[in-house]
Ligand binder design. Structure first.
Ligand code: AMP
Length: 202
């Protein structure tokens, strides 16, 4: 199963991806997590990405495309993967298509978590508070000022992917404002139809 989770920052992509990992036994490929790990490790990529991420802007397509292309060739991705926070631009979407085609595999579906922007800042603030309470590091970009920029980036560069995947017949919208369990149920319902259809079509 190859799935893309689409939606603005704070929509719940990471939370739902983790549930999908547990249920389907395929990895979550979060470019945000991979970039944060690179920053933490002080790699060349991490050094180049840090300031951009702290400002809430997008890291270059070339960097993230290279990271994902390398990651999907790992053995744990053989049965499929969940792309979380990638692709985020039309250039990245074209890159995904090329990567999959090169490897003779297909994308099953793109799930868009549809949310109300006004609720998102509250979710981000809560995520930062929860991380702090749990003694975990708080993401530098999880604050209202940077969040505004991340949301602007989303509308400018990522939202066009909704039309891109709709035109390809791949897009399925899910109500991201419902409870976490209800969103999971709705995503599973989408997968039950789209993934089966893709499997029969092969
Ligand atoms: P996320 O954890 O998905 O919210 O990503 C955190 C930050 O990492 C974003 O605000 C970007 O700076 C960077 N980032 C993550 N994924 C991508 C991507 N696909 N393209 C460009 N930048 C990304």
């Amino acid at each position: 199963m190859r799935l893309i989770l689409l939606g603005p920052p704070g929509a719940g992509k990471g939370t739902q991806a983790q549930r999908l990992v547990e249920k389907h036994g395929i990895p979550q490929l979060s470019t945000g997590d991979m970039l944060r790990a690179a920053v933490q490790a002080g790699t060349e990529v991490g050094k180049r990405a840090k300031a951009v991420m702290d400002a809430g802007e997008l890291v270059s397509d070339a960097i993230v495309n290279a990271i994902v292309a390398e990651r999907i060739d790992q053995p744990d991705c053989a049965r499929g993967f969940i792309l979380d926070g990638y692709p985020r631009t039309l250039v990245q979407a074209d890159a995904v298509e090329a990567m999959l085609k090169e490897r003779g595999i297909a994308l099953d579906t793109v799930v868009e978590l549809v949310v109300d922007d006004k609720a998102l800042v509250g979710r981000i603030v809560k995520r930062a508070e929860d991380a702090k309470a749990a003694g975990q590091p708080v993401r530098k970009d999880d604050n209202p000022a940077v969040f505004e920029e991340r949301l602007r980036e989303y509308y400018k560069k990522t939202a066009p992917l909704i039309g891109y995947y709709y035109a390809k017949g791949k897009l399925r919208g899910v109500d991201g404002m419902a409870s976490i369990d209800a969103v999971t149920t709705e995503i599973e319902a989408v997968l039950a139809t789209t993934v089966k259809v893709a499997a029969t079509a092969k």
